[in-house]
Design a protein around this ligand. Structure first.
Ligand SMILES: [Zn+2]
Length: 200
């Protein structure tokens, strides 16, 4: 992949000269590659975030982070070669609360392994069911929401488990906030992260 510095930058409408501008150009040229996820470790190697390739290269170039694992090749410009990191480590420890799994539709489906919690069917055609319906005061929290196929959701309607006789297969709970779980959704495509995630 050859990115030519000196080309007209479509962002700044001027020739690429500086690294940041060059990277803006790269971004336009290589698009999706610059959005690739990169695992960010704290200075003590604790995984704390997943960022984009674009941001990761900038962190390394500005001496805020060090490349720990490459494995994705390079971006070449006329004057420089940028390694494309897969894992970077911050040079200074940042204090931040341990990340938690955000309560989103996608994360509820992932927790439930894309399985309807009433009929046990595995499908990507899922809805969210409030076990205690919202109109009866049921809250949107991990313990009160489950994945349900449209048919089961329709059958249960606005009823409680007692009224409908429909009880989730597994009592729902908040997923673990281990690094393997938090960032595990990337492991299919980035199994090289596994060693960096286990144990945290
Ligand atoms: Zn179902």
């Amino acid at each position: 992949m050859l990115i030519v510095a000196g080309n007209q930058c479509p962002v700044f409408n001027s020739p690429c000269r500086e690294i940041s501008i060059e990277l803006h150009c790269c971004y336009n040229y290589v698009g999706d590659v610059m959005k690739d996820p990169v695992l960010v470790l704290n200075a003590n190697f604790q995984p704390i975030n997943v960022t984009s390739m674009y941001r990761a290269i900038n962190l390394v170039l500005s001496d805020k982070a060090t490349l720990i694992l490459n494995g994705r090749g390079v971006i070449r410009t006329v004057s420089q070669i940028f390694l494309m990191p897969s894992v970077i480590r911050l040079n200074h420890m940042v204090k931040r609360p341990r990340p938690v799994v955000k309560l989103t539709r996608k994360e509820i489906f992932r927790r439930d392994r894309f399985t309807c919690q009433y009929c046990g069917r595995q499908t990507t055609d899922l809805t969210i069911d409030h076990i205690i319906p919202r109109h009866l005061g049921g809250k949107t929290q991990w313990e009160n929401v489950v994945s349900a196929c449209p048919r089961c959701n329709h059958l249960k309607g606005g009823l409680t488990p007692e009224q409908s006789g429909m009880v989730p297969i597994k009592p729902p709970k908040c997923p673990p906030n281990t690094a393997t779980y938090l960032f595990g959704k990337h492991l299919n495509h980035h199994n090289e992260w596994e060693n960096f995630l286990s144990g945290w």
